[in-house]
Design a protein around this ligand. Structure first.
Ligand code: NDP
Length: 496
């Protein structure tokens, strides 16, 4: 892999890599020459690289390059864009292992359970959207023999993609191929905490795209991120991150009437019916907790609603499973759970744990700290399962973004649906019941953009993905998300 770095960038490199950003056809430093150190969460004392600290001037350059390149890219026959994406997918497939290793080092996501699947999903997403290239088409209306009424699907123009640190390649997979195949140019803002895999992704893409069609900026959100959101040359902002930052991004972009899509936080309910007290459901609920990503997932089923008839037996099985998970170095294949991204997030998770433990009435079903064999200099948190939780407590309302599960009891279907929906979030949900009618009936009553029934895994390429309520707006990863999110309709009426 190569991003124009001064040193080899590998997971085991001892000297830090000096990364540059991609603007036009060049790998460049920030105009100011300033850099930011990238520290691996595996070892808070180890700098794995430096990235440019981009500011408004750098955003100007990247947007100018994107604007210059976009019309030519959009004018290509769709089959050309398709070919480019397929070639990118092939090249990405060749470096999946390198991308996975770098993801583990950069984000702390465990290589077997998270980092490798994320890199593999990226390949699948490029292939999937390449296959949709010909779907960017309009319709004709039969208005008369000497008239024509037709629509064209046009690109939005220049898209700014603002990425978070929790799964950078996966979130890039949700945005980049869909935006590119529809004829847009893209400027990515990588998260300051995990930028390196995005630069490696760009290096692969750049081999197959005209210069400027994809650019990558690194730096701080309030500096270069804000500059992109404010930039009059950016037609659309596609943001993934926190609800608070997303609301600010939407307000700023809205002032100049730029389009926005937001994929924000969640506090997703996971409901288990009395007929679903099985080992298989326990496995799926475990997936839903996203413990294997340290709980740093917006789709984490972090509120577990257990029917009171099976509460104790299900919890016993779940605790037995969770106790087998190994928290450890994310680069090791035997590790199930890696480390938290940084000190600030580690402290934030700890404060929720402290608050939960101090709340009157709470019970601890599992406290993984007793088994934790790793720690400083890495940012490790062990899983924690708290029961007898009230839906009004902060640990049941706020996104913790750590491996902390709140367990609640329920008795009646209406009651659990009301509790599940009593949240300002509405991203994901999980319903487990052997009675499929009961499961589907419940699923349809949940106010979430994505409801899984009897399964708890990750997003599948091609599905509609996005949130309701405070979890965001717009959909990604699907045909409809691509058309709604990255194209606009032009109507042409003609007579002769
Ligand atoms: P943020 O929402 O602040 O960061 C997400 C991205 O937005 C980053 O690239 C960030 O840059 C950028 N950004 C920050 N401020 C601005 C701005 N003013 N204009 C444009 N871009 C900006 O998330 P945090 O990293 O602060 O994480 C805090 C919490 O957010 C987590 O605990 C979790 O609850 C939630 N979160 C949700 C995610 C999801 O997948 N929905 C992903 C990540 C976090 P920079 O990296 O430089 O700060």
């Amino acid at each position: 892999m190569s991003t124009g770095t001064d040193a080899a960038s590998t997971s085991e490199a001892t000297s830090p890599s000096a990364y540059r950003m991609l603007i036009g056809e060049d790998w460049v430093d920030a105009v100011s020459g300033e850099t930011i150190e990238v520290i691996t969460p595996v070892d808070r004392t180890r700098v794995i690289g430096t990235v440019p600290r981009a500011r408004a001037q750098d955003a100007d350059r990247a947007v100018a390059a994107a604007r210059a390149a976009q019309p030519g890219w959009a004018a290509l026959p769709f089959t050309e864009r398709q070919r480019a994406l397929l070639r990118i997918a092939d090249d990405l497939e060749d470096v999946v292992e390198e991308l996975a290793a770098l993801t583990a080092l950069d984000t702390g996501n465990a290589i077997r359970t998270q980092a490798r699947p994320e890199a593999q999903l990226l390949v699948r997403a490029f292939r999937y959207f390449a296959g949709l290239a010909g779907e960017v088409k309009g319709v004709t209306l039969p208005v008369g023999a000497d008239e024509l009424s037709l629509t064209r699907r046009l690109p939005v123009g220049v898209v700014a993609g603002i990425l978070p640190w929790n799964s950078p390649l996966m979130i890039a997979a949700f945005k980049v191929p869909a935006a590119l195949v529809t004829g847009n140019a893209v400027v990515l803002k990588a998260a300051e905490d995990a930028p390196t895999t995005i630069l490696e992704l760009a290096a692969v893409c750049a081999r197959h795209l005209p210069a400027g069609v994809l650019g990558v900026l690194t730096g701080y959100g309030p500096e270069v991120g804000q500059a992109l959101v404010e930039h009059p040359g950016v037609d659309k902002v596609s943001f993934t991150g926190s609800t608070a930052t997303g609301a600010g991004v939407a307000a700023t972009a809205g002032e100049r009437l730029a389009q926005v899509s937001l994929e924000l936080g969640g506090k997703s309910p996971c409901i288990v019916f009395p007929d679903a007290d099985t080992d298989d459901v326990v496995e799926q609920v475990l997936l839903a907790t996203r413990f294997a990503r340290q709980g740093q997932s917006c789709t984490s089923g972090s509120r577990l609603f257990l029917h009171e008839d099976i509460h104790d037996s299900f919890l016993e099985k779940l605790v037995a499973k969770v106790s087998q998970l190994r928290v450890g170095d994310p680069r090791e294949e035997s590790t199930d759970i890696g480390c938290i991204i940084n000190q600030r997030q580690w402290d934030r998770v700890q404060s929720f744990i402290d608050e939960g433990l101090a709340t009157e009435g709470v019970r601890v079903a599992y406290d993984g700290r007793e088994r934790l064999t790793v720690g400083e200099p890495g940012f490790y948190h062990a899983p924690m399962i708290l029961t007898q939780v009230d839906n009004g407590w902060r640990i049941a309302r706020e996104e913790i973004f750590g491996p902390v599960l709140s367990v609640l009891r329920w008795r009646e279907q209406d009651e659990v649906v009301a509790m599940a929906n009593d949240s300002h979030y509405g991203l994901a949900a999980f319903v487990f019941a052997r009675d499929v009618g009961m499961a589907l009936g419940t699923a349809q009553r949940i106010e979430s953009g994505w409801v899984q029934v009897n399964q708890g895994g990750a997003q599948q390429v091609g599905q509609s993905y996005g949130g309701m309520k405070g979890s965001g707006q717009g959909r990604e990863l699907s045909l409809e998300g691509m058309l709604e999110g990255f194209t606009q309709i032009q109507q042409i009426n003609a007579r002769w």
